[in-house]
Design a protein around this ligand. Structure first.
Ligand code: C5P
Length: 318
């Protein structure tokens, strides 16, 4: 957007907007349970999932400007396109169109969440962009309006606004909180070299199912929700599950070794995060998480290892 535009005295919303810069922090997500239903006519699969936001963050800074620009540093720099295809730009354009304001901002993204890692990094950045520009432009959308815009950008974006631990239905975009007293769960994330494209992983699951080669589906998450309420990591470990895991393993057989290494080192459970290839390991406490992380590092089965915890809030101004 390059046309000249200046605020005038009538433009109350602009005057309410932030004068300096706005910074938003947004977490990554894992899926504690990901039950994938049939392929829908719109090309999406019906999901029943339990999302969990973990303390691995991207940060988006937004400043007033006359045009719309995006720069970045950190994970994926040089690989991630910063053009109109970027989910940040798409989110900003959608917000500007909805609020009828010019899409003008100078954005900088600091990434820790890997690209195409099954951690919803792109969706997280889109959620951060909505929160940042809503504040920068002084729009003040309601949570419901932001969630509707978020769903138009991607299935995981509403959850990244929400954060915590939440149930996702529909194609994942219909989010409702999980009612459990807050607890801290310790996780180790094993980052892989190279990503997996989400549509390819869903397509591989369809192929495996059509060939009768997919394991039984993990089913609805009732036992997982009960496990969250019990607050016992050993019980939670037994309830984790991901229908996309066999598909990710089929496309990336080396992930089996990553999962075996983490579990052999004492993790209570290991599973592929979302569409992968990141693997997430549940640990009883920080000490056990460190042992698992050391073993993964020493076995050289992954590119990087992160100790983290959940659940944490979604995209927030800092
Ligand atoms: O919603 P999003 O754009 O993030 O989804 C990316 C792709 O993942 C979709 O185009 C589709 O191939 C696959 N997907 C799916 N079913 C879902 C969510 C995503 O098949 N519920």
């Amino acid at each position: 957007m390059t046309e000249a535009w200046r605020p005038d005295d009538e433009d109350e919303r602009f005057r309410r907007g932030a004068r300096g810069s706005v910074k938003v922090r947004v977490p990554a997500k894992i899926n504690l349970r990901l039950a994938v239903g049939p392929l829908r006519p719109d090309g999406y699969h019906e999901l029943s999932t339990v999302y969990h936001a973990v303390a691995l963050y991207d940060e988006l800074t937004a400043r007033r400007a006359d045009t719309l620009t995006l720069t970045m540093d950190g994970e994926g720099t040089g690989e991630l396109a910063l053009d109109e295809t970027n989910l940040v730009i798409r989110a900003v354009r959608a917000l500007a169109a909805y609020a009828r304001v010019p899409a003008q901002a100078r954005l900088h993204l600091r990434k820790q969440i890997p690209l195409a890692g099954g951690l919803a990094g792109g969706s997280a950045d889109a959620a951060a962009a909505l929160v940042a520009c809503d504040e920068l432009w002084g729009i003040g959308l309601s949570r419901d309006e932001l969630a509707t815009l978020a769903a138009s950008i991607g299935s995981d974006v509403p959850f990244l606004l929400h954060g915590g631990t939440a149930l996702g239905t529909g194609r994942g975009e219909a989010v409702s909180p999980v009612l459990a007293r807050p607890a801290t769960w310790h996780w180790v994330l094993a980052m892989a070299d190279g990503g997996l494209a989400t549509p390819a992983v869903y397509a591989e699951l369809d192929r495996l199912r059509a060939a009768g080669a997919a394991p039984d589906p993990v089913g609805p998450p009732d036992d997982l929700l009960a496990a969250l309420r019990q607050r016992d990591p050993q019980v939670l470990a037994g309830a984790l599950g991901n229908d996309l895991q066999p598909a990710a393993l089929s496309l990336r057989p080396a992930l089996a070794q990553v999962l075996d290494t983490g579990v052999a080192a004492g993790a209570l459970a290991g599973l592929v995060s979302g569409s992968g290839p990141t693997c997430a390991f549940l640990a009883r406490d920080t000490a056990q998480a460190e042992t698992v992380a050391d073993a993964l590092h020493d076995a050289a089965v992954c590119r990087d290892v992160h100790l983290t915890h959940g659940a944490v809030p979604g995209a927030r101004l800092i």
